[in-house]
Design a protein around this ligand. Structure first.
Ligand code: OXD
Ligand code: MN
Length: 604
């Protein structure tokens, strides 16, 4: 679609939504300043104390608009089968009628912003372009951080670059059909009528009723993952819910690792890891989304298409992620955290004791018996350039070569601390069978175990069984030597008393060290039914107080509970019917026979 198409489309959306005015964004610092000024004037932003936290703001959402709404997220492919059993689907023509009705006059009394943005460095062959239309200045300010908003995107479109049209409205017009005016509120939304809609064939996005980031910053989950995964299927690449890091060993050798964990399971912490073991260094390339493409030599190359971090605040502290704490010391937008007496922010886990005189995320004077002061899914949002652990090559247009891929989840039982897959196919099986205890990142019961294949359950824009197949085909198109090796990790295993068996955070560098030693062939590991785990003495435990018993439990593979896990995987796979790739069934049978067979289990 050309620049003329873009201008026509903007005109069409304006005549449907009927805003008071249309403003084209250019991504400049002045534009951001005036949007922030407007947000403070509207009461959406509270300016934090500039002496404590310069150029930073707090936004409080409507308490009904605090997370991604998966049951209102739709993949409207032409055929229902293409959306698959894990997505909500509606006939595209029916949804288009519904969207037209919803968006009709939805921006009355508001400004309609047109945001040209790039996912990836402008001009890079791996980059995708988009244009988001929104009536939310909060979205404009956040898109400035999370994507590259720039008039240069229009130049790329003029030169013929493809772009994804994305329309967003908070769904709360200020003037009704009769011409009556209503007063605006600090967080306009329409929570009873949320729709986050994707049309994969025409690569369009329409989002209505929610201002919360995951539903409204359409470059992120909607373009970079849902539409991105469809583009990847069609063009031979992968759009993944992963972090991306560079690890430098004491020998100064560099490795690049990506890792997929479900939402709010520690991707940002691993992305900014400060190793506890001497001589090792970790640098950040991305914390949430990675696009992976094979190069001419069959190596997989990865880029982070985002420009910022939108991380979960609770639990983040100088102990758990000191780099994140330093990186958000200025130029950060916080959403739904608590406000301190002196105009700074606070959340559960930032310090052991809550400061006195907090105002909670709903704007009320807070008392400890009132539940959390910050919403469990409250967020910080800062540009990649703030990141103190930023890797200088993070914007390299050709991306970095991937050496290892990690899959993880939040599992109190069964899954060992680390296991290496036996092959690419076995690694794909590990990704396809990720399950995790649910977090507050999405609406739904926290703690319930759910399958989240490749951590992509809410983000895969097509049939998940075809997506598994696409992963398998990526392996077939290269050689085992050129492909990254796949590992499964679990920092969250608990002992009989409900205590975490592994300290996690900075100590996870010990697991990374073992992984890299595996890549280098420096350690042999022990074959177990679920994969290769560290042999006795291979995991560097120097200076760490983990008891022998806890270590045994961390790697225990209990036949009974794994048999239940196998049955649950079988039932999960059955949901994909005939579309499930036969290689995954084979992997399940192999796991079953390894469990029944005599493969030695690890002794620590
Ligand atoms: C996120 C999520 O916001 O995964 O990154 O929910
Ligand atoms: Mn995420």
């Amino acid at each position: 679609m050309s620049l003329v198409d873009l201008k026509n489309w903007v005109g069409e959306v304006a005549s449907l939504t009927k805003p008071d005015s249309v403003q084209w964004c250019d991504g400049s610092a002045n534009e951001l300043e005036s949007i922030k000024y407007l947000l403070v004037r509207n009461g959406t932003f509270i300016k934090l104390n500039p002496e404590l936290r310069p150029d930073s703001y707090l936004a409080r959402t409507d308490p009904r608009d605090v997370a991604r709404v998966e049951e209102r997220t739709f993949i409207c492919s032409e055929s229902e089968q293409d959306a698959g059993p894990t997505n909500n689907w509606m006939e595209p023509s029916v949804m288009r009628t519904l969207m037209r009705e919803s968006f009709l006059g939805s921006m009355r009394g508001r400004t309609m912003y047109v945001i040209p943005f790039a996912m990836g460095p402008i001009g890079s062959p791996l980059t995708q372009y988009g244009v988001e239309i929104t009536d939310s200045p909060y979205v404009v300010a956040s898109m400035h951080i999370m994507t590259r908003v720039s008039a240069d995107v229009l130049k790329q479109i003029e030169k013929g670059a493809e772009w994804v049209p994305a329309v967003h409205s908070v769904g709360m017009p200020l003037i009704d059909d009769m011409g009556n005016k209503t007063k605006d509120v600090s967080w306009p939304c329409n929570p009873e009528k949320v729709y986050v809609v994707h049309y994969p064939e025409t690569r369009e996005i329409w989002s209505y009723g929610s201002g919360y980031g995951g539903n409204s910053l359409l470059g992120k989950k909607a373009l970079a993952l849902r539409i991105g995964s469809v583009m990847g299927r069609d063009q031979g690449w992968l759009a993944e819910h992963m972090l991306l890091i560079r690890v430098t060993s004491p020998e100064q050798k560099q490795y690049h690792l990506s890792a997929a964990f479900p939402s709010a399971c520690g991707k940002t912490n691993l992305a900014m890891l400060q190793p506890s073991i001497p001589g090792w260094k970790v640098e950040t390339l991305g914390d949430d989304i990675v696009w992976i493409r094979p190069d001419a030599s069959g190596r997989l190359r990865a880029i982070n298409p985002e420009n910022g971090l939108f991380g979960v605040a609770p639990g983040t502290s100088a102990n758990t992620n000191s780099a994140a704490i330093e990186s958000m010391s200025y130029g950060t937008i916080f959403t739904n955290v608590a406000l301190t007496k002196d105009g700074d922010v606070w959340w559960e886990g930032l310090s052991k004791v809550a400061p006195e005189g907090l105002i909670d995320w709903k704007g009320n004077q807070w008392e400890p018996d009132m539940g959390p002061a910050a919403h469990p899914n409250s967020r910080f949002c800062f540009p990649m350039s703030n990141t103190t652990t930023l890797c200088q090559d993070w914007e390299k247009p050709e991306g970095v070569e991937l050496d290892a891929i990690l899959f993880g989840g939040r599992r109190a039982t069964n899954v060992p601390l680390v296991a290496k897959s036996y092959s690419w196919q076995h690694g794909v099986f590990m990704g396809a069978t990720i399950s995790s205890e649910q977090t507050a990142a999405a609406e739904g019961p926290v703690g319930k175990l759910r399958r989240d294949p490749f951590a992509m359950l809410p983000f895969c824009g097509y049939n998940m069984a075809d997506y598994f197949d696409h992963w398998l085909s990526m392996g077939e198109s290269s050689t085992p030597e050129a492909l990254p090796k796949i590992f499964q990790v679990n920092w969250f295993r608990k002992g009989a008393e409900g205590q975490f068996l592994w300290p996690g955070f900075a100590e996870n560098s010990r697991v990374i060290e073992w992984i890299i030693n595996q890549l280098e062939g420096k350690n042999k590991g022990v074959a177990t039914p679920v994969g290769i785990v560290p042999a006795e003495g291979e995991l560097n435990l120097f200076g760490l107080a983990v008891s022998e018993q806890d270590l045994d439990e961390l790697f225990e593979i209990d036949f009974e509970s794994w048999s239940i896990e196998v049955e649950s995987t079988r039932a999960f796979f059955a949901g994909f019917g005939k579309k499930l790739p036969m290689q995954l069934e084979l992997e399940l049978s192999s796991l079953e026979s390894r469990l029944k067979g005599q493969v030695p289990s690890r002794s620590v």
